[in-house]
Ligand binder design. Structure first.
Ligand code: FRU
Length: 475
């Protein structure tokens, strides 16, 4: 199928052509962010899984390079991570420059999944498979998505830690290693969640809170059951890690990380500057990812999001701890106000790429609705509801027929704050819509397939509001 090219996101990583899913091997090397990704070099459907490759200095503008780790006749290259092997612990370097080592899942024709290495001796640019692969094989068909990081806490010497999943058995497995080649079993984390979903793409990160180091487990979960109306989602879990075992914080449970339909497989960069925890996710959902009507590419990454922990706003009634996501935004945004008068609808042409910043006074249960349109068609409506103190996102079937039966959806998230003022940011970049509220503690990501003329936004409601449109002049 060859149709007209789709508008291409400007602030987001998309492949020039073909299929993309999970981010892989996110690593920062010598001032350059490398993003690898699940990629089909041969088409716009899932298959021939290889690691595609792109680089960026600002995390927003990307340059795609040649495929880094191609599939072979008997091996597909599934998701995994990459680290700079400071000090050449693996012995895979050339003795001059520290190697960069990728740890990926080799999905082989005998239907087994085992962990394997590839090495780069030119700071992440080109890659070679390790001759001793696989390095970790438990004879499993569902053992995948290794995320490796350096752990230097505790009493002993620093070690490499791997988290990976048994996807069907619902376990996050933890291993350790001194050299990235020999791995020792440490423990498993298997606190159940209410739904029977595959577990995929774990990550384990430390984040400071009140001067202490806390740990957050990230996990993506997916259900193939058509009766499960969620499909793919990402979750997080607060706890502690002692170098061997992840211990849940008291009373803690799995919580959703993104309340929208299109955020999955999010993982963080290794070696990011200043210890920042920067995450990219894949903005799609396995329920309909194969049906996404973009051409000649299919698949996109989210905006980069910096993760942090924050004590929840006591006034919002939650005494707990929030995971906060702060998007990396382009520099030099130029802002123009939208003329919004309460009770009178306003309309603004945003173009293919722009951000809406909305401050609304919802006192007395007032509402503000933003209709996100492509021409005259409403692709989604974002309602700030002063009565429920919620943001409601409603995405009907586009074009009347739709992408997939599970595509139309309504999702809600809290607006937080003092029960009156709401502050929301909506990033619109071609078909990618990311909404941040509660200063980053409430986030939802969705696809909505806008046409070549870009976004037109209609603002209506009885709340008084200030709406600004931010754009760069890159278009
Ligand atoms: C998650 C996932 C991973 C796997 C990869 C294959 O989206 O299913 O578990 O490694 O995609 O492309």
């Amino acid at each position: 199928r060859i149709g007209p090219p789709s508008p291409r996101p400007v602030w987001h990583l998309t492949p020039e052509r073909n299929w993309m899913n999970d981010p892989n091997g996110l690593v920062h090397v010598d001032g350059v962010f490398h993003a690898f990704f699940q990629y089909n070099p041969g088409g716009a459907g899932w298959g021939n899984m290889s690691w595609g490759h792109a680089v960026s200095e600002d995390l927003l503008t990307w340059r795609e390079l040649d495929v880094a780790i191609p599939f072979t006749d008997n091996e597909q290259v599934y998701s995994g991570s990459a680290v700079i092997d400071h000090g050449n612990t693996s012995g895979l370097g050339d003795g001059v420059t520290d190697p960069v080592v990728a740890i990926y899942t080799a999905a082989t024709t005998d239907r087994l999944q085992a962990q394997a290495l590839a090495v780069s001796r030119d700071r992440g640019m080109t890659w070679e498979r390790y001759a001793g692969n696989p390095v970790l094989d438990r004879g499993s068909r569902e053992f995948r998505d290794p995320k490796v990081f350096r752990y230097s806490g505790g009493d002993g010497p620093a070690r490499w830690i791997m988290v990976a999943v048994e996807a069907v058995a619902h376990e996050v497995l933890i291993y350790s290693s001194e050299n990235l080649r020999d791995w020792t079993w440490e423990s498993k984390f298997d606190v159940p969640m209410p739904l029977d979903e595959l577990w995929e793409c774990p990550d384990l990160i430390s984040l400071p809170l009140d001067g202490e180091e806390r740990w957050v487990m990230l996990l993506s979960t997916h259900s193939h059951d058509p009766a499960n109306t969620q499909g793919s989602r990402m979750r997080w879990f607060l706890g502690d890690f002692d170098g061997h075992r992840f211990v849940p914080a008291p009373g803690e449970q799995w919580r959703l990380l993104d309340l929208g339909r299109d955020f999955y497989a999010g993982v963080t960069f290794a070696d990011a500057p200043d210890g920042r925890r920067l995450m990219l996710g894949w903005m799609s959902n396995w329920q309909y990812a194969r049906e996404v009507p973009t051409e000649p590419f299919r698949g996109a990454m989210s905006l980069p999001r910096e993760l942090s922990l924050r004590r929840a706003d006591a006034r919002a009634g939650s005494g707990g701890i929030d995971l906060v996501q702060t998007p990396v935004v382009p520099e030099g945004l130029e802002w123009r106000p939208v003329d919004v008068a309460a009770h009178e609808p306003a309309e603004v042409e945003v173009g293919v790429t722009g951000v809406l910043s909305v401050e609304a006074d919802l006192a007395g249960g007032r509402t503000l609705a933003l209709e996100l349109c492509s021409g005259d068609e409403v692709l989604a409506t974002v309602t700030l509801d002063g009565a429920s103190r919620e943001l409601v996102f409603d995405r009907p079937a586009p074009g009347g027929e739709g992408v997939h039966e599970t595509f139309p959806s309504v999702r809600r998230m809290p607006l937080g704050g003092d029960g009156r003022l709401a502050s929301v940011q909506i990033f619109l970049d071609a078909h990618l819509v990311e909404i941040f509220a509660c200063d980053g503690a409430a986030v939802m990501s969705h696809q909505a397939f806008v046409g070549a003329d870009g976004w037109r936004v209609r603002v209506a409601g009885d709340a008084s509001a200030q709406v600004m449109v931010g754009a760069t002049d890159t278009e």
